[in-house]
Design a protein around this ligand. Structure first.
Ligand code: APR
Ligand code: ZN
Length: 250
């Protein structure tokens, strides 16, 4: 199966990757729906919806600052690096991710589409102020402070620049992801349960346009029924092996 997948990739004209929380599991970042997933322990409607934020911004910020601290301790794992390598080899043209953990960028991927935002970006609930806390060097102070973060421009509450349940995805990112999926002749789907739309359309769009779907997951998912190749196992083990084979075939 790995050999078959590596041949599909080497023959591809425009391969893309579509990733979910599972690719960051081996970096120590909790997934959402796995056995110890976040949504097993917390209720998403209390923490990841606009209504929850309106009702209890302190609780929502406590949750997101806890996640920011966990992700700050995390490093990219061999799966992230393998995708960055496939991009350097000219095979992978883009990574479309549902993850907000910035680990693809840290691993060296360049063409990244963040469908659900980025946990290190904050935005104002009133004006158009946005800040990437990593770029402004304010992450540490921000996660340590217990106060509710306020907009430096207008004084309103700041919120995480991530997509909450019931919210639209960023238009530009979604359009770019759909255009990439329409062009792609191969999509490597890594570590997603394939249950959350519209993100989960991406592999279906590739399939509908005659492309091949390679899936890497420790168990079957909502995407497995359309997978041409299903590589069962950990992304951190499979993707480096796959990249090794691709390098050898070029
Ligand atoms: N290697 C490969 N796959 C893995 C690994 C691993 N080491 N560990 C877990 N997985 C798989 C699980 O089997 C599961 O199919 O990763 C998937 C994680 O699924 P979810 O937790 O549902 O994460 P995801 O699909 O990214 O969720 C989509 O839902 O909560 C929202 O906005 C959030 O972006 C998220 C979206
Ligand atoms: Zn403001």
């Amino acid at each position: 199966m790995l050999g078959h997948a590596s041949k599909i990739l080497v023959r591809s004209r425009f391969a893309i990757a579509f990733t979910g929380a599972g690719i960051s599991a081996e970096s120590g970042v909790p997934t959402f729906r796995g056995s110890d997933g976040l949504w097993k322990r917390y209720r998403p409607e209390e923490l990841a919806t606009p209504e929850a934020f309106k009702r209890n911004p302190n609780l929502v910020w406590e949750f997101y600052k806890w996640r920011m601290r966990k992700i700050l301790e995390a490093r990219p794992n061999p799966a992230h690096y393998a995708l960055a390598e496939l991009e350097r080899l000219g095979i992978l043209k883009a990574v479309i991710t549902q993850n907000v953990d910035d680990l693809h960028r840290e691993a060296g991927s360049k063409n990244i589409v963040e469908l659900h935002g980025n946990i290190f970006r904050v935005k104002c609930t009133s004006c158009n102020y946005k800040e990437n806390l990593k770029e402004s060097g304010r992450v540490k102070g921000f996660v340590e402070s217990r106060d509710l973060p306020k907009c430096p421009k207008c004084g309103s509450l700041l919120r995480p620049d991530v997509v909450w349940f019931g919210e639209p995805l960023p238009r530009e990112a979604l359009d770019k992801a759909f255009r990439l999926a329409e062009k792609a002749d191969v999509v490597i789907v890594v570590g997603t349960s394939g249950l959350v739309y519209p993100a989960a359309y991406i592999p279906y769009i590739v399939k509908e346009h005659g492309g091949k779907v390679i899936e890497v997951n420790v168990e079957r998912s909502g995407i497995t029924p359309i997978a041409d190749v299903f590589l069962r196992g950990k992304a951190g083990e499979i993707l480096p092996e796959l990249t090794e084979l691709v390098r050898g075939l070029r």
